[in-house]
Design a protein around this ligand. Sequence first.
Ligand code: NAD
Length: 510
Amino acid sequence: MNVSTKRLDIVAEARGLLSALGVGESAYAAGGMAAMSPVTGEKIAEVATTTAAGAARAIEEADSAFRKWRLVPAPKRGELVRLLGEELRAHKAELGRLVSIEAGKIPSEGLGEVQEMIDICDFAVGLSRQLYGLTIATERPGHRMMETWHPLGVIGVISAFNFPVAVWSWNAALALVCGNSVVWKPSEKTTLTALACQAIFERAVKRFGSDAPDGLLKVLIGDRAIGEVLVDHPKVPLVSATGSTRMGRDVGPRLAKRFARAILELGGNNAGIVTPSADLDMALRAIAFGAMGTAGQRCTTLRRLFVHDSVYDTLVPRLKKAYESVSVGSPLETSALVGPLIDKAAFDGMQKALKQAGTHGGKITGGSRVDAGHADAYYVKPALVEMPKQEGPVLEETFAPILYVMKYTDLDAAIADHNAVGAGLSSSIFTLDLQEAERFLSVDGSDCGIANVNIGTSGAEIGGAFGGEKETGGGRESGSDAWKAYMRRATNTVNYSKALPLAQGVSFDI
Ligand code: NAD
């Protein structure tokens, strides 16, 4: 098959999927922002972009929708999210495939991302009957004190290319049951999957009926300038922004300036520790998936590995073998485990980091470009770099499959090195020793938002709160009580007595 035949195939397939998902041609065939596929490196469509005035209008419309939606009882709002989950179940195959085309994920990861959307919808439906406040003991007789959670307003969502649909659903499912509307600025690299989500959502709205106001979900297509309109708009009380730490450094202060809330889900530089007692077979598999899966383009990708001196010479040669033999290729045409990098800039960034690692004494396995039959696509052999110590590029997130491996002898020192980077997202220890495991999870263990034992750093479930500390931004979304960020808390005290006692014994008799 020659390259030009493939080009026609991918364009035709993407358009067929968009049509099956309910996206009208006018959204992507009339010129605008290029939608590329990293699988072949080709343009598959041009998506109509949103102007700054259009974005402001969309936010106003979402604000009107919010004012009506907040009056709909929460369990009923849950019904809309249940229908969204149903629509996602019905279109899992098509949306998963579109994720593979647009983000380059292998089929099981494309489908897995849609499964995650279904899971968060289920979670949010249950939550719609559990938006509990507390009843609190009051010091005043004949009084009752309680907490009430109210809807917040328009929730801004900014998302990254590597989870083009799941991150939206984590935020939207919760925001909607909490009584809010959503304005979403997807990555400029994954606009087609965003249009598909919008179409799926609109179908759920239609089935829900007239209690769902127009404008509950607005999608803004554009680059960071459109994201900035969302960040600066006074009618957006919360922005949940997922992307690089660089983006968070810009967005965080802008939101703080107008006292808006932020959920910042930023870069990770995640590490694992392999101790002498570790089950090395298990560790090997977890490390391989964590470091090479999604071609190293997960925020939770394993990027640093500390291996105890006593098991280093057993584990690392096996790891290198896995790196040498892993299949790299088109996720649409082969059963490869590692798909493409998102674009040339990602490839250049990887090569630059490897070069720097070399100057710091790193011994590199892999890392070179792979010819997958598409001249404009960027496939690479994942790289394993044995480093004498943690320095240079090891301290930063390079969004590509590079695993830096270092030897350690003392667990306390390894934990100190583990924590000695800017990011604080995900972490793991491989050990069968209870003391080591507990030490890693304890107050002076891992400083990350996610700390695992005998599980890799990536692949979180939706039931837990997801997010990280330090330069990862401190936000939490998805499960546990992350919903509280999408609501405003009111403390209510009711006096049902005939007197007016003041708190703290203050008297003020007039
Ligand atoms: P990116 O920062 O380039 O872009 C992310 C989004 O932010 C895009 O929609 C972009 O248009 C927007 N944006 C960028 N600058 C902005 C600004 N100043 N104002 C408003 N919007 C702005 O990130 P990317 O390359 O798409 O994604 C990769 C990065 O995302 C990695 O660093 C990865 O670790 C991180 N990430 C983090 C999480 C998490 O949950 N912590 C999840 C996925 C990805």
